[in-house]
Design a protein around this ligand. Structure first.
Ligand code: G4P
Length: 530
C-alpha cells in the first residue's frame, strides 16, 4: 500500500534565529495554535541560557528538557506539523546545522530592530547550501525598528536570497496598526494580546476601498496604498516554485509575543511549505514514496541518568514505513537491528509508536551503536550523505589528569564525539587529542560529563589554531612533501581523514598557494564533492 497520504500530510521544519529575535516565543505560539500546549510559558524553559553558564546542573537539566522539546509534533488543518528545535545559543551552532539536514523547510525569525545578525547569516548559509525553502518572519513590530523596505533590502543583500513580502506592516511601535495580508488580501488589525489566539481579521480584497480609511485612518490608508503599489512594482508576485527551490523567501510581519501574525504565518506555511523531500545517498536519490524504509541519524542525546549509558538517537525517516520490532540494516556496522520502543514526540510527550512515515522524526534507544550520520534501511547498502562537520573555531588539547583512567577517558571521548558534542583530531606523535568546538561552553560540558559519566578527569590546554581543513589530492608526492613540511599541523579526524590545522588565515592561504594540487576543504562534506 502506498504511503502517499501520510507523506503528503507531513510538514517538517525548523525555526532559526539569532538569539533573542523571538524563536522560542514563536514556537510556543505555533504550539498554542496547534493545540499542542494549553498555556504560554511551556516552551520557555527549554532555552539554553544565553550566558555561558557554569552551573552544570543547569546544563544537565536543560539537556533533559531539550530531549522533550527537540521535536514538537501537532496536527493543524489536516497537516501533521513536526517542528525540530534548534538551539539558539551560538556555542551549539553545530547542533543546529545538523538539525537543518533533517528538515524540509525553515522559518527564519528576524527582529525588526536588529535586522540580519551574525547568527542569522551563518544559519542561512547552511540553508542556501541545501536549497532549503525559507519563510522569513519579521518579529516585534510592536516596537520601533527598521523601515520595512530597508529591512527587505538588507535581507536580500546579507542573506543572498530574493524576498517576496506576503504581508505588509501598517506603522510600527506605538503606531503599529496591523498588517495587510497581501497573499490573502485581508487586513489584520493589531491589538496587544499576549494570551488569546484570535486575530482581528477584516477581509478586504480591494485596497482602494474606503473601508480601510475608516478602520485605520486616512493617512495610514493612503500610505499603505502607496507602499503596496511600490511592492507590486519592485517584487515579483509570489511564485511557489521559486520558494520551493530556495531562491525566494516569502516574508511575513508580526509580533510573536502578542500572537500577532502567527496564525496567518501558520496558515500560509501549511499551504505553501513542502511535504517531505527525498535525500541524496551515496548511491542514488531516495524519494519519500520509495516503498522501502530508510532514514538517518542527525542527533544523539545522552541519557540523563549516568548509571545508564543508553542514549536516544534521533532518526529522520526519508522513505517507506518504519515499523516497531522489525529488523533493519545499520549500514555502517552491517548489522541487523530492531527497536522495541521507538518514540514519537507528539505534543511534547514521548510515546511509543508502532509505525512512522517519511518526514517523521523518531527517537531510538541506543546503547552505543549509533553515530551522527548513520543510515538505517531495509537491507540495502546505500548511506545518506547528509550531515557534514564544519571547521571548529576553538581548539584545545585534552590532557588526561588521571593515567589510571585512560581507558574510561578514551571511551568517554569517543562517545561524546559520536554524539557530536565536539570534533576530535588526533595528532602524532603521542596520539594527542585536539578537541575542536564552536564555543567555550562545550569544553565545560565535556569535562563535566567525562568526570560524572565516565569517572575520568581532564584539563584543556588552548591550541592556537584558526581552522581545520580536510585535505585531499591525487598528487601523492606533493602530499608527502606537505605532510613532512607541516608535520606539526597535521591530524586525523574521527574517520581517519587527513586534516590540516592552520594557525592563521594567512598561513592557510599560503598553503593553498604553495600546494596547488592539494584541495583544502572547509567542511567534512568533501567526500560528497568528489
Ligand atoms: P529566542 O528564542 O530567539 O532567543 O527569543 P525569545 O522568544 O526568548 O524572545 C526574546 C525576547 O523577546 C523575550 O523577552 C520575548 O518576550 C521578546 N519578544 C518575543 N516576541 C516579541 C514581540 O513580538 N514583541 C516584543 N516587544 N518582544 C518580543 P525577554 O525579556 O528576554 O523574556 P521574557 O521575560 O519576556 O520572557
Amino acid at each position: 500500500m502506498s504511503n502517499s497520504v501520510e507523506i503528503e500530510k507531513r510538514r517538517t521544519f525548523g525555526i532559526i534565529s539569532h538569539p533573542d529575535a523571538g524563536k522560542t516565543t514563536l514556537t510556543e505560539k505555533l504550539l498554542l495554535f496547534g493545540g499542542a500546549i494549553q498555556s504560554a510559558g511551556a516552551v520557555k524553559n527549554s532555552k539554553i541560557k544565553k550566558t555561558a553558564t557554569s552551573d552544570f546542573m543547569e546544563i544537565e537539566k536543560q539537556r533533559g528538557i531539550s530531549v522533550a522539546t527537540s521535536v514538537m509534533a501537532f496536527n493543524y488543518k489536516g497537516k501533521q506539523i513536526n517542528i525540530l528545535d534548534t538551539p539558539g545559543h551560538k556555542d551549539f551552532a553545530e547542533d543546529t546545522f545538523r538539525t537543518l539536514t533533517a528538515v524540509d523547510s525553515v522559518i527564519l525569525v528576524v527582529d525588526v530592530a536588529n535586522g540580519v545578525e551574525a547568527q542569522t547569516e551563518r544559519l542561512m548559509e547552511v540553508c542556501r547550501m541545501r536549497n532549503t525553502p525559507v519563510i522569513i518572519f519579521v518579529n516585534k513590530l510592536d516596537r520601533d525598528g527598521k523601515e520595512a523596505f530597508d529591512l527587505l533590502d538588507e535581507l536580500e543583500s546579507k542573506l543572498n536570497i530574493k524576498v517576496c513580502p506576503l504581508s505588509w506592516p501598517i506603522g510600527m511601535g506605538d503606531r503599529f496598526k496591523g498588517v495587510y495580508n497581501i497573499y490573502k488580501k485581508e487586513l489584520n488589525l493589531f491589538s496587544p494580546n499576549k494570551t488569546g489566539i484570535s486575530d482581528d481579521v477584516k477581509s478586504i480584497a480591494d485596497v482602494s476601498s474606503k473601508e480601510i480609511d475608516s478602520i485605520i485612518g486616512e493617512n495610514p490608508a493612503a500610505e499603505l496604498r502607496e507602499e503596496l503599489e511600490m511592492i507590486a512594482g519592485v517584487y515579483n508576485p509570489f511564485d511557489r516554485e521559486t520558494y520551493l527551490s530556495g531562491e525566494v523567501a516569502p516574508v511575513f510581519f508580526g509580533s510573536a509575543v502578542n500572537n500577532f501574525g502567527v496564525q496567518e504565518l501558520l496558515n500560509a506555511f501549511c499551504e505553501i511549505s513542502p511535504s517531505p523531500r527525498g535525500r541524496e545517498s551515496d548511491q542514488k536519490m531516495v524519494n519519500p514514496d520509495d516503498p522501502k524504509f530508510s532514514g538517518f541519524v542527525f542527533k544523539i542525546h545522552a541519557n540523563l541518568d549516568p548509571k545508564h549509558r543508553d542514549r536516544i538517537a534521533f532518526l529522520r525517516i526519508v522513505s517507506g514505513k518504519f515499523e516497531r520490532n522489525t529488523f533493519y540494516n545499520h549500514v555502517r556496522l552491517n548489522k541487523k537491528m530492531k527497536f522495541p520502543n521507538p518514540t514519537s514526540f507528539m505534543a511534547q510527550d514521548k510515546s511509543v509508536i508502532d509505525e512512522a512515515f517519511p518526514g517523521d522524526v523518531i527517537g531510538l534507544y541506543d546503547s552505543g551503536n549509533f553515530k551522527i550520520g548513520d543510515t538505517l534501511n531495509e537491507g540495502e547498502k546505500f548511506m545518506y550523505k547528509g550531515v557534514p562537520s564544519f571547521s571548529p573555531e576553538i581548539f584545545m588539547e585534552l590532557e588526561n589528569l588521571d593515567p589510571m583512567k585512560s581507558k574510561q577517558l578514551d571511551k568517554g571521548v569517543k562517545q561524546l564525539m559520536d554524539e557530536g558534542v565536539a570534533q576530535l583530531f588526533i595528532q602524532q606523535p603521542g596520539s594527542r587529542k585536539i578537541i575542536g568546538t564552536v564555543g567555550m561552553l562545550q569544553f565545560e560540558v565535556i569535562s563535566y560529563r567525562l568526570e560524572h559519566e565516565y569517572g575520568a578527569k581532564c584539563r584543556f590546554v588552548p591550541r592556537n589554531f584558526h581552522k581545520a581543513c580536510w585535505i585531499t589530492t591525487t598528487n601523492h608526492v606533493m602530499l608527502e612533501e606537505f605532510k613532512r613540511a607541516k608535520a606539526r599541523y597535521i591530524a586525523l579526524d574521527k574517520d581517519d581523514n587527513l586534516v590540516f590545522l592552520a594557525e592563521t588565515q594567512f598561513l592557510l592561504q599560503m598553503a593553498e598557494q604553495d600546494y596547488k594540487d592539494i584541495t583544502f576543504h572547509k567542511t567534512s562534506a568533501f567526500k560528497l564533492e568528489v
